[in-house]
Design a protein around this ligand. Structure first.
Ligand code: AVJ
Length: 322
């Protein structure tokens, strides 16, 4: 099995143009909005790693606790000689718990939009797991991407931790689950992490940490547009906002303009009223029932579900319909 370093899918200019197009479109929209997938450039990926260590940001700790306790149960669901595909891999903290518990995992395919981060993590995993085939794919996991040909002989399973599925609207979450089923194949297992509905105080604090790291993570989106698209956002005249929308059971993140101002992006001028916001992220919260219902409606059945002691987070094992 030849191991390519990183299967790159998109030349930088093309990546920049879709970024430019999406930014112009989002800033033209009413209300203004930007996709949370653009948080994860180098600086953003590092800031997110810092967020996962914050006292207020419980999701990572809660999910790690579940994985530490139940990785062996999850491993039992995987067929022998499995290739584990991780959607939006980021750091490998979580998947290592699965790899340690599951000798059935013969190959690991991290898929991430942040190629440099992906390369570094893959090198660390190869060093720590010399017997494991590590086959990174630099791609936007919500779009079509090709799995390395060398996987042909292996069964496939999926790993989608961190409640990243919470960023999707219900129809997008369904589209992703159907996309994953096409990639993994019928009868495949998909292990998904979901953040659970809870008291608004705990939720709001997790996105408004005292150290201000989440605010930096949010504002980094404007810094990235300046860096990559030559815009002139003045970060000091925007502020981070994150609140719990109880009706929609989601955390909303916004960047609010402190003053009336104009910003130039690729020669286009965008007006901001004082107080006007750019909507940068939704983080939907589920109950185990509401997520089970969503999965059932999109071709997956829940074969097992685990929750942490506080009932803050859930990891679910889904099986693709035949
Ligand atoms: C990576 C999408 C799961 O929504 O909790 C963390 C990203 N945003 N703090 C989340 C995030 C603000 C995170 N996900």
């Amino acid at each position: 099995m030849s191991i390519p370093s990183v299967v790159a899918r998109r030349p930088s200019e093309e990546r920049y143009s879709s970024f430019a197009r999406d930014v112009i479109e989002g800033l033209t929209a009413r209300p203004k909005r930007l996709s949370p997938k653009y948080f994860y450039d180098e600086a953003g990926s590092r800031l997110f790693e810092q967020i996962t260590e914050l006292p207020e940001y419980y999701p990572t700790r809660s999910e790690l606790a579940i994985l530490r306790t139940h990785a062996a149960d999850m491993a039992r669901l995987l067929p022998p000689k499995t290739a584990l595909v991780e959607f939006g891999s980021g750091s490998s903290k979580k998947v290592r718990l699965l790899i340690d518990a599951a000798p059935a995992i013969a190959a690991y395919v991290p898929v991430d939009i942040s190629s440099q981060w992906l390369t570094e993590e893959a090198a660390r995993l190869r060093r720590d797991y010399p017997q494991l085939a590590v086959l990174p794919v630099a791609a936007d996991f919500t779009q079509a991407f090709r799995l390395p040909r060398s996987l042909a002989a292996l069964a496939r399973a999926g790993f989608f931790p961190g409640s990243t599925i919470g960023n999707f609207e219900a129809h997008q979450a369904c589209a992703f689950l159907q996309h994953a089923a096409r990639i993994l194949g019928e009868n495949a297992i998909l292990i998904v992490g979901i953040d659970l509905v809870k008291d608004a105080r705990t939720l709001t604090a997790a996105y408004n940490d005292a150290a201000g790291v989440t605010a930096k993570f949010n504002l980094n989106l404007l810094a990235r547009i300046n860096r990559e698209l030559g815009a002139n956002f003045d970060l000091a005249s925007f502020c981070h906002q994150a609140f719990y929308n109880r009706e929609r059971q989601r955390i909303e993140m916004h960047l609010a303009s402190r003053v009336r101002q104009r910003v130039n992006v690729r020669g286009r001028m965008f007006e901001f009223r004082a107080g006007e916001t750019i909507h940068t992220e939704n983080s939907y919260k589920y109950t185990t029932e509401s997520f089970g219902a969503l999965a059932r409606g999109c071709g997956w059945t829940t074969v097992a579900a685990w929750t942490d002691a506080d009932g803050y987070f859930s990891v679910q094992a889904l099986r693709a319909a035949k």
